[in-house]
Design a binder for this molecule. Structure first.
Ligand code: G4P
Length: 543
């Protein structure tokens, strides 16, 4: 594919854009459910002055759930289904924190959210170590070379040995782990941390619970004995071991995603969170260039400081507020400046639109927005014209690449209870597909509606939302498929022959793309073996 050079940034960007872009840090928090993501988020927001007291976000979540029944699923099951964006300031930086659903059944949504961030914070429970969902999310970060900073949480509990935690990360996540702080004791013996780079003891003040920072010459400093007593020897031997055999902190290695710097703390008390945020704003990357391709097939990197605006939609959420009954497209600004009333080219439709009602978000609450820069997330209300993966520009014709759609692994046939509600069913399914929540297939040989999802909980959400938002009661029955692949073949005659021979296992998705549904991997492999030249794709880029 031809590759054209991006325009020279200096001539094409104003000083104001460059200054604002340099301030932005857009990131997501990844963790296995229950590791403490929400608690840490609250603590970060308190430090950023965005909320007054920890507990506010949980309270907001509860309030929101009361307004919309399907969100009650989040509550009942203690999981976060919806994603929101939180913006706050810290030490002169403008931070955009993208919340991600932690439950693996919603991982597709999480993956797409991760395409909109420049770096990630990973939370690990010190009692449990690396868990399954952490592994998967780390794989996604690796696919996109996203730098990851790690916070090992719940030090106030008796956890695994810190050295064991580091080797757990290295072994199971395949990335070098460089300790930046080191815990002194755990559980009831938890005294605080030693800051390896700053050479300081951060000890929990018994009166306030806050860290008291005591600069020292190093772990050998006699002051360490004075403060730590019999815990000093263990700290010294750990630090010596790390200095000899451990990975040393290196910003370049972090940015290259070959190491994750690690800090320890306890989100519930806020201990260690300030050190985490301070390091984050010091080293996390500002908005990065994004790859795009023109209609003619020319590839180019779009720089965040280019003056013309461009952005990509990574998430659609319908009926975000039932009073509005609209749909919100979440767009990551990739270059330039967004201003209220800007005229944008919707690349897929080749249509221009004036955007005067965009908003920012705060944990589900909307606020009007006047301007935004690369790295920011803005919400554009619409009535179904915008889809995940859509690119908006100020006129140049190109499309951002890399927003994936994953082949579903679970399938249900959906039947409407009252045949007169068929139109509503179709409308609801169309909206949910455009959000990227589910795939809807129409088998080639029947009139059925077949739903495909990455996790079974998505079906519960779909059924509840269809009833709640579209007034359609449905029943769902299981189907014997476990695997699906999008099918492509350059040889048209061969594709026609394949379609004829395999018609009983074929369906069209909502984009009219052909999909093959198989009972299991064995059948899939057999079919693939029988049809060389036919491509079976497990992920496709959303167009
Ligand atoms: P998540 O978003 O990653 O799913 O985790 P969340 O923050 O909801 O935390 C999960 C549980 O872990 C919560 O307890 C929370 O209070 C607890 N937790 C978070 N950080 C720490 C920590 O540093 N130390 C300890 N000991 N616990 C922590 P819960 O019982 O599920 O809820 P709640 O009753 O506390 O609200």
């Amino acid at each position: 594919m031809p590759h054209s050079a991006p325009p020279a940034p200096k001539s094409k960007s104003t000083a104001a854009i460059r200054k604002e872009v340099a301030r932005r840090r857009t990131f997501g928090i990844i963790s296995h459910p229950d590791a403490g993501k929400t608690t840490l988020t609250e603590r970060l927001l308190v430090l950023g002055g965005a909320i007054q007291i920890a507990g506010d976000i949980r309270a907001r979540k509860t309030g929101r759930a009361a307004r919309s029944d399907w969100m009650a699923i989040e509550q009942q099951r203690g999981i976060s289904v919806t994603s929101s964006v939180m913006s706050f300031e810290y030490r002169g930086r403008a931070l955009n924190l993208l919340d991600t659903p932690g439950h693996h059944d919603f991982s597709e949504d999480t993956y797409r959210v991760l395409t909109a961030v420049d770096s990630a914070l990973m939370v690990i429970d010190s009692v449990k170590g690396v868990e399954s969902q952490t592994r998967k999310l780390m794989e996604v970060c690796r696919l996109r070379a996203t730098p990851v900073l790690t916070f090992i949480n719940k030090l106030d509990r008796e956890g695994l040995d810190p050295l064991e935690l580091l080797s757990d990360i290295e072994e199971h996540l395949g990335i070098a782990a460089a300790a930046v702080t080191w815990p002194i004791g755990s559980g009831r013996q938890f005294r605080g941390v030693y800051h390896i780079i700053d050479h300081a003891l951060h000890l929990i003040d018994p009166d306030t619970g806050r860290p008291a920072v005591i600069p020292v010459e190093g772990p050998k400093d006699p002051a360490v004995d004075r403060y730590l007593g019999n815990q000093a020897a263990k700290l010294r031997s750990d630090i010596e071991l790390l200095a000899g055999a451990g990975t040393l902190f290196d910003t370049e290695a972090y940015l290259a995603e070959t190491q994750t710097p690690v800090l320890f703390g306890s989100a519930i008390s806020g201990f260690g969170v300030k050190s985490l945020l301070d390091l984050f704003v010091d080293i996390a990357p500002a908005p990065l260039p994004r790859e795009a391709v023109s209609a003619a097939g020319t590839q180019r990197s779009v720089l965040p400081v280019e003056e013309p605006f461009s952005g990509v939609v990574f998430k659609i959420q319908a009926n975000i507020d039932r009073n509005h009954r609209d749909r919100m497209a979440f767009l990551r600004v990739c270059s330039g400046r967004f201003e209220r009333g800007i005229k944008l080219r919707h690349d897929r439709l080749g249509r221009d639109m004036r955007v005067s009602n965009a908003s920012t978000f705060f944990a589900g609450e909307r606020e009007g927005i006047d301007d935004a820069f690369a790295g920011d997330i803005i919400g554009i209300p619409n009535h179904g014209t915008i889809r995940v993966g859509d690119t908006f520009t100020e006129g140049e014709s190109f499309r951002f690449t890399g927003i994936p759609s994953f082949a579903p692994e679970f399938f249900r046939k959906v039947r409407v209870e009252n045949a007169l509600r068929m139109k509503q069913l179709e409308k609801g399914l169309r909206h949910l597909t455009e959000e990227g929540t589910i795939q809807v297939y129409r088998p080639l040989l029947t009139n059925d509606y077949v739903l495909g999802a990455v996790g079974v909980l998505q079906f519960d959400v779909v059924a509840q939302r269809l009833a709640d938002e579209y007034g359609v009661d449905v029943t769902m029955s299981a189907l014997p498929y476990q695997v699906s692949r999008w099918v492509e073949c350059a040889d048209k005659a061969k594709l026609a022959e394949f379609t004829r021979r395999k018609a009983t296992s074929l369906a069209k998705d909502s984009e009219d793309k052909l999909a093959y549904l198989a009972e299991n991997e064995w059948w899939l492999n057999r079919t693939m073996g029988e049809w060389p030249g036919v491509e079976f794709l497990s992920a496709t880029e959303m167009l």
